[in-house]
Design a protein around this ligand. Structure first.
Ligand SMILES: [Zn+2]
Length: 458
């Protein structure tokens, strides 16, 4: 005989009203990952050591530069929003003083609390961008930016200040209650007792992906590259590694299949292409601290995913199957093309805003062929960084003269009427920028279309 099901709210692991009380849970996840997850914690390059790290062993944090002697310098990293509050940063003049002691003025509330977490989990070192990169040195910034994928990819543990839009807010956030929205349902009969957890539909999206840090472009890159992450969200802690996604609502884990928050870097299959297109699309929807750094911000990911199947990297695209990637397009409201040169117009890094990048499923139907691509980078030898110029030559099977007549409907922003061989067609047009939008003039405008591939139905 069964009892009536009991439904109760899920209490928080911590008993008071701050996420700092739940650090023992983070220690549990971290130990579980270290001792039982075979796919986690594998360094991208075990010989790599960051140029500088913050040493947490002394009462006051100190910057270290000569880490070669410390063979086992496992380190944590921090993902955070800088925000509007100004803090002191590492500069050329201050380097020697940081090596004696990092000044209080450079340690925001977020940094302080991240250091507490790192020490609590047994880390001697932590890497924080504004303390480890010389901010007034272009050379150092370029050099360190190029190493970003290695820093996060080799980090043993990444602390994500997910709920803080400013460095003054911190990791540990106050919360108004000690229970969560999910419900625990228990039933029992004479011989069996069952317990179910009912999670709110899309709860991870609402409680983590909507957090301020997740809107930042480079945070997405850091999230994907780091092998283990502890997110300090507004209401609770989230754990993310290759084998476990868990949070205080679901401490034993929840189903995260289908979410691309980790890349399998050894995966030289079409999954890598799919992963790259998802990443670029997701990344383009994020805010950029400085949009001119677009290529730099995704350079870490590009270096991490690079493999034989993708080919060489060319200003945000991959050489293999470049013909289909050239079909990327902007959607959503249009913006002006950046004033400062960033990339050639055929590169998806040349514009701001959301981008859809798709690989073709039928390459044999392609009607274009890329023959030669030349890109000149700002730094010699760094194909992943900023570019100065680029040219591309291709041949096509068809070149169609078409007249753009007018927008078809004012409420359908991409629709327009085109005329070809005297016949009018309802068409969709996706300009890259406001400057490229040719639908608004009173006269027909002649353009030449290059069909990208044949329809599979032909
Ligand atoms: Zn793990």
């Amino acid at each position: 005989m069964c009892t009536e099901p009991e439904v109760e709210a899920v209490p928080l692991v911590g008993t008071t009203h701050s996420t700092s009380d739940d650090l023992p849970m983070s220690k549990y996840w971290h130990n579980l990952c270290k001792t039982t997850h075979q796919n986690c914690g594998i360094a991208v390059d075990s010989t790599f050591k960051p140029t500088r790290l913050v040493d947490l062993t002394l009462p006051k944090p100190v910057l270290r530069t000569s880490l070669g002697a410390d063979a086992d310098c496992k380190f944590a990293t921090l993902s955070h929003c800088w925000g509007a509050t100004q803090y002191a940063v590492l500069t050329k003049d201050m380097l020697s003083s940081y090596l004696c002691q990092i000044p209080e003025a450079a340690i925001s509330k977020t940094f302080k609390e991240a250091m507490v977490v790192a020490k609590y989990l047994g880390f001697r070192y932590i890497w924080i961008d504004s303390l480890c990169i010389i901010q007034d040195s272009k050379d150092d910034w370029r050099h360190e930016s190029a190493l970003m994928s290695k820093v996060y990819g080799n980090s043993s543990f990444n602390i994500s200040a997910a709920g803080a839009e400013d460095a003054s807010i911190g990791c540990f956030l106050p919360r108004a209650r000690n229970w969560l929205d999910s419900r625990k349902i228990s039933t029992s009969s004479e011989c069996i007792k069952l317990q179910y957890m009912c999670l709110d539909y899309g709860f991870e999206h609402k409680r983590l992906d909507d957090m301020p840090l997740m809107q930042r472009g480079s945070a997405l890159q850091e999230r994907i590259l780091a092998s283990r992450i502890l997110h300090f969200a507004e209401s609770q802690l989230f754990w993310e590694c290759k084998e476990l996604h868990a949070c205080e609502e679901a401490p034993s884990g929840y189903d995260f299949r289908g979410r691309k928050t980790k890349l399998d870097l050894d995966d030289a299959t079409s999954e890598t292409q799919k992963g790259w297109q998802e990443l670029v699309s997701g990344y383009s929807a994020c805010e950029l601290t400085d949009s001119k750094d677009k290529l730099v911000a995704i350079s870490g990911l590009a270096q991490a995913v690079q493999n034989e199947l993708l080919g060489s990297y060319i200003a945000g695209l991959w050489r293999n199957d470049m013909e289909s990637q050239l079909g990327w397009y902007r959607f959503g409201s249009l913006e002006h093309r950046p004033v400062e040169y960033r990339a050639p117009t055929w590169s998806l890094a040349s514009v701001d805003g959301e981008i859809d990048l798709r690989y073709s499923s039928a390459r044999e139907l392609s009607l274009i062929r890329v023959h030669d691509v030349v890109v000149q980078g700002v730094t010699d030898g760094d194909v992943y960084g900023q570019v100065l110029s680029g040219t591309l030559s291709l041949s096509c099977e068809l070149l169609l003269p078409v007249d753009i007549i007018r927008p078809e409907h004012k409420y359908r922003p991409h629709s327009c009427v085109t005329r070809m061989d005297g016949k009018d067609f309802a068409s969709l047009l996706y300009p890259d920028s406001i400057e490229d939008d040719i639908r608004k003039g009173s006269h027909a405008i002649r353009v030449y279309l290059i069909p990208q591939e044949m329809s599979a139905q032909l």
